[in-house]
Design a protein around this ligand. Sequence first.
Ligand SMILES: *[C@@H]1O[C@H](CO)[C@@H](O)[C@H](O)[C@H]1NC(C)=O
Ligand SMILES: *[C@@H]1O[C@H](CO)[C@@H](O)[C@H](O)[C@H]1NC(C)=O
Ligand SMILES: *[C@@H]1O[C@H](CO)[C@@H](O)[C@H](O)[C@H]1NC(C)=O
Ligand SMILES: *[C@@H]1O[C@H](CO)[C@@H](O)[C@H](O)[C@H]1NC(C)=O
Ligand SMILES: *[C@@H]1O[C@H](CO)[C@@H](O)[C@H](O)[C@H]1NC(C)=O
Ligand SMILES: *[C@@H]1O[C@H](CO)[C@@H](O)[C@H](O)[C@H]1NC(C)=O
Ligand SMILES: *[C@@H]1O[C@H](CO)[C@@H](O)[C@H](O)[C@H]1NC(C)=O
Ligand SMILES: *[C@@H]1O[C@H](CO)[C@@H](O)[C@H](O)[C@H]1NC(C)=O
Ligand SMILES: *[C@@H]1O[C@H](CO)[C@@H](O)[C@H](O)[C@H]1NC(C)=O
Ligand SMILES: *[C@@H]1O[C@H](CO)[C@@H](O)[C@H](O)[C@H]1NC(C)=O
Ligand SMILES: *[C@@H]1O[C@H](CO)[C@@H](O)[C@H](O)[C@H]1NC(C)=O
Ligand SMILES: *[C@@H]1O[C@H](CO)[C@@H](O)[C@H](O)[C@H]1NC(C)=O
Length: 851
Amino acid sequence: MVAQLLGLAFLFLATSLVTSTTLGVKVNPNWEVVYRDTSVYGVVGKAVILECGTTLPDMYIWSFTKPGTDAIKAVVYNLGKGQRIQQLAETLGQLTVISNSAAVSIEKLPVAAHGLFTCQAFYDIEQEPKVFYYYVYLTVRVPVSKPYLLMSDVSPVEGSTMWMRCNLENGTGPIQYVWQHQTRIGNVSAFAQGNTSVINVTNINRNHTGWYRCVASNAVNSESSNRLWLDTIFGPDIPRIDVTPYSITERGYSALERETVSLLCQAQSNPASQYVWFYNNSQVYTGPQLTITKILRMHTGDYACLAQNTYLNTRSKKTISLTVYYPPDGSPSCSVEPALNHTSLRLLCSWPGGLPSPSLHWTGPLTQVGQDGADPVQQTNPLTNTAILLPPEDLTSNSSSFTCMGSHLALKQSTECSTRTYIPPAEPVCFAYVTNTKQYLMLSCSWDGGAPKALLWWEGPGGQGKGGEENSNILILRYGTARNGIPYTCHAKHPLLVQTKTCRLTLEAPVLLTQRRVVSVYEGSDVQLTCNLRANYLPVNEITWFNNQGVGVRDTSKYALLQTSAWANLTVRDTDETQDSGEYKCYTSNAVGVTEINVTLVVKRHPIPPNATLVSLMYNSRQRNEVELEWQVENEEAGGWTGFILQHIWVSERPGMRGSYNDSKEAAEERIGPPVWYSNIIQDPEVRIHTVGKLTPTVTYQFRITPVNHRTIGHPSTAKTPAEPRYNVYPAVIGAAIGGMLIAAFLTALLLVYIIRNRNNNPQLHDMLFGLQHSQSRENINFPEDEVVGGSDGGIEDISGSFGPIPTLALPRAASPLTTSPLSATASQAPPPGDDNEPVSVTITVNATGS
Ligand SMILES: *[C@@H]1O[C@H](CO)[C@@H](O)[C@H](O)[C@H]1NC(C)=O
Ligand SMILES: *[C@@H]1O[C@H](CO)[C@@H](O)[C@H](O)[C@H]1NC(C)=O
Ligand SMILES: *[C@@H]1O[C@H](CO)[C@@H](O)[C@H](O)[C@H]1NC(C)=O
Ligand SMILES: *[C@@H]1O[C@H](CO)[C@@H](O)[C@H](O)[C@H]1NC(C)=O
Ligand SMILES: *[C@@H]1O[C@H](CO)[C@@H](O)[C@H](O)[C@H]1NC(C)=O
Ligand SMILES: *[C@@H]1O[C@H](CO)[C@@H](O)[C@H](O)[C@H]1NC(C)=O
Ligand SMILES: *[C@@H]1O[C@H](CO)[C@@H](O)[C@H](O)[C@H]1NC(C)=O
Ligand SMILES: *[C@@H]1O[C@H](CO)[C@@H](O)[C@H](O)[C@H]1NC(C)=O
Ligand SMILES: *[C@@H]1O[C@H](CO)[C@@H](O)[C@H](O)[C@H]1NC(C)=O
Ligand SMILES: *[C@@H]1O[C@H](CO)[C@@H](O)[C@H](O)[C@H]1NC(C)=O
Ligand SMILES: *[C@@H]1O[C@H](CO)[C@@H](O)[C@H](O)[C@H]1NC(C)=O
Ligand SMILES: *[C@@H]1O[C@H](CO)[C@@H](O)[C@H](O)[C@H]1NC(C)=O
C-alpha cells in the first residue's frame, strides 16, 4: 500500500513538476495534494537549510532533481520508521535532517547540490491524511575569484585604441566589473564599469596613463585585481620656449646686448623629449636650455627648438625670433636748417644706429605747450632722427641754444647734443670782379657765419638775377653786359631776422683822379705823377700809364711804376726838359666803361744864378804857372747858386817862345783849333778864392768866373788877364822848362795813344780823361736853356792835382762853348814865352791817372 502510495506520489510529483507553477495553497477537502514552492540560495562550501513545512509530518520524502534532467531521485525519507538517507545524498554535501523536523541541513554545499529539492510530506495519516509537496529550488552560488587584468597594450600610443580584460576563473553571474584608474599622483577614480569583462578604450590619451585594476562583483562577493601600469606614449607636443630675461615686443623676444640670455625649451612627451637648438637653421646646441652669455647684436635671429620623441620617432619644432637691442654709437648730432623759405627753422637731431632706434627729444626755448596752441611740430622719423619745426614766433632772439636728449633702453644714461642759432655777426658783403680772361663779370655776395646759413639772392636790372643760395651767391654776367649805373641788389634772408638785408652794387665806369693835372718840376729831379680811382667800386682793369710819346710805361731806368688796384704812381726819373715834358696819360677800364686822364708834365730849368765878378787875379810867383783868383757874387744874400766854374783861355804866346815847342803835336793841334776855355769846377758855393796851377808860363791867359745852379749855368763874368807877379824871374826858368816840356809832351802823346787804344781794357782811365759819356751822377747841373746844346759830351776835369772828389764830377750833357777837349788843354800848357829865365816846376798831371 505504501509502495502504491509512493508510486502515486511520484507520479503526481512528476506531472506537477511539468505543469504546476502556482504556489497557491489551497486546502482541498476533496483529497487534493497541496504544493508549496520556495527558493533557497546557498553559497558553495557554506551551509544551507531546506525547510519542509513548519510541523513535523508523519511521513516525508526528500528527492532531488538535477537541472537538465527529468529524473527525480530520493535523498532521504522517513516513513515513520526513522530516517533513511540515500547514497545520493553523499554527492550533495554533508546532509543531515534536523531533528524534530523534516528540514534538511546541508553543510559544505557543493555546486552539485544545485537543483530542485522536493519534500513530499504526509500528515494525519490516521484520520484524514493530507499530502503536501514542498518544492525547494536550491541555487548554489560561487563567489568570484580574484580577477586579473589584461591589456592589449600597456604602452599604447596616444590616439590609438586598446582593450582591457578582467579575467575571472570562478564566480557566479551576473558579475559586475568596475575598472579603477589611479593617477600618478594617487587619485583613484572609476574608469569604467559594466557587465562585460572587456572594455575597449578608444582614442587613448596621456591622461589614461596610470595604474589600473578591475573589481569583479557578484551577489556573493567582490574581488579586485592587482594593479597594472598603463604608459601612454605620446608627444612631443609643440615645444614651449621660455626666454629669460623675459622681454617681448611685437617683433618677438628681445634682449639687451651683453646680457646673458637663457632659452629653455619644454615639450611634453613620453618618453621625454630630446632637444636640439637651431640658430637661423643651423644647429647650435643639444639640450633643453640654450644659454648665451654676453649676447651680441650679431646673435639676432631665429632660434628654433626641435623636440624629438625617439621612441615614436616623432618631432615638433618651435621658432622664436630674438632681437638683440644695442645702443647707437656715440651721441646724437644736432643741426639746424632753414625751413619754409628761410622764414623758420628746423632743428634736426640724428643718432643713427642702435636697435631699436633711440628716442630723441628736443628741449630749449620752445614755445610753451598750450600757449595759443602753437606747439612746435615735432616730426619723428622712427629710424634715426627727430626734427622740430620752429614757428616764426619762436625766432625772436639772436642766439638760442637747443638741446636734443637721446635715450636708449640699452643705455643707463641719456646723452645729448646742442645746437645754437644765431645771426651772422657782420653785414652782407658785395663785391664784383672779373675773370682773368675778361669773359665774365662776377658779382659776389656773401654773408658768412650764422646758424643756419643765410639765403642770398641777386636782383638786377633787365631780369639779370640769381636765385637763392646759402652763405654766398655769385651772379655771373658776360663781360660787357652789365648795366652802367643801375644797382644790382643782393638780398640776404636769415630765419632769425624778419627783415631781409640787402647790399647793392652799382656798376659804373671808373673815374680817375690825379692830384695835379699839370705838374711842373725843375729839370734833373724825379717827379711822381699820381693817378687813382675815385672810388673802389668796381673791378677795374689795371691802371696803365702812357708816357708823353703815347707809349705804355713799364718799369725802366727812366720810369718807376708803383701801383695797386686803386692807384698807380708813375715816377719819371731825372727829368729832362725836352724828353720828358708833355702829356702823360693814365688809363683804365672796367666791364662798364673806359676812362683816361691827362697829366701834363712841365720840366723847367732852374733860374739863372746871380752874376759874379773877378775882383783879383795874379800870378803868385815868377814861374807864372799859378794864378790866384778872387771873385764876388752880386746880391749875395739872395743866394741861388751852387758852385762856380772858373775858366781860363789861352790868349796869346809871348814873342820868341813859340818855335820851341812846335814839335808838340797837341800844341800844333791847339793852335789849329779855335781857343778853348778850360774849366775848374768849384762845388763849394762859399769859396771865393781859388788858385789855378799848371799854367804855361809863356802863355797869356784870360780868366772868367761863372756861377752855376744845378744844371743851369749863369752868365760868365768879364774875362780878365792876371797881373804879373812882383818878381820877374822868367829867364832863369824858361830854359829848363822848355827842355822838360819837350820830353813831357812826347811821353804824354805816347800815353794817350795807349789809353785811347785800350779804352775798353781800362775804361776807368779812359773815363777819367775823357769824361763819362752817360753820367750816373745826380748832380743837377744844367746849362741854361739858351746855351748851345749838343757838341762834345766829354766831361771836364781839372786833372792838375785836384784829385779826390772832383774827378767824379761830370757834366753829363755838357753842351757849352765853355767846354772843349781837356786833353789838348792840359797837354798844351806851356810857360809864357816871356818868362824863359824863370825856374818853372812843371807837373805832368797825366802821371796821376795811374792811380
Ligand atoms: C574554482 O572552483 C574550482 C572548483 O570548485 C576550484 O577547484 C578552484 O580552486 C576555484 N578557483 C579559484 C580561483 O577559486
Ligand atoms: C585628485 O584628488 C584631489 C583630492 O583628493 C583633487 O583635488 C583633485 O582634483 C584630484 N585630481 C584629479 C585629476 O581628479
Ligand atoms: C548586461 O547589462 C546590460 C545593461 O547594462 C543588459 O542589457 C544585459 O542583458 C546584461 N547582460 C548580462 C549577460 O547580464
Ligand atoms: C571591442 O572591439 C572589438 C573589436 O575591435 C569588438 O569586436 C568588440 O565588440 C568591442 N567591444 C566593445 C565592448 O565595444
Ligand atoms: C588631461 O587632463 C587634463 C586635466 O584633467 C585636461 O585638461 C586635458 O584636456 C586632458 N587631456 C586630454 C588629452 O584629454
Ligand atoms: C639670422 O637671421 C636674421 C633674420 O633673418 C638675420 O638678420 C641675421 O643676420 C641672421 N644671422 C646670421 C648669422 O646669418
Ligand atoms: C622765398 O622767399 C623769396 C623772398 O622772400 C620769394 O621771392 C620766393 O618766392 C619765396 N619762395 C617760395 C617758394 O615761397
Ligand atoms: C648774434 O649772435 C652771435 C653769437 O652770439 C654774434 O656773433 C652776432 O654778432 C649776433 N648778431 C646780432 C645781429 O646780434
Ligand atoms: C701814390 O699816389 C697817391 C696819391 O694819388 C699817394 O697817396 C700815395 O702815397 C702814392 N704812393 C706812393 C707809394 O708813393
Ligand atoms: C689828352 O691828351 C691827348 C693828346 O695828348 C688828347 O688827344 C686828349 O684829348 C686829351 N684828353 C683829355 C681828357 O684831355
Ligand atoms: C749879368 O751879366 C749879364 C752879361 O754880362 C748882363 O746881361 C746882366 O744884365 C747882368 N745881370 C745883372 C743882374 O746885372
Ligand atoms: C811853329 O808854328 C808856327 C805857327 O803854327 C809857325 O809859324 C812856325 O814856323 C813854327 N816854327 C817852327 C820852328 O817850325
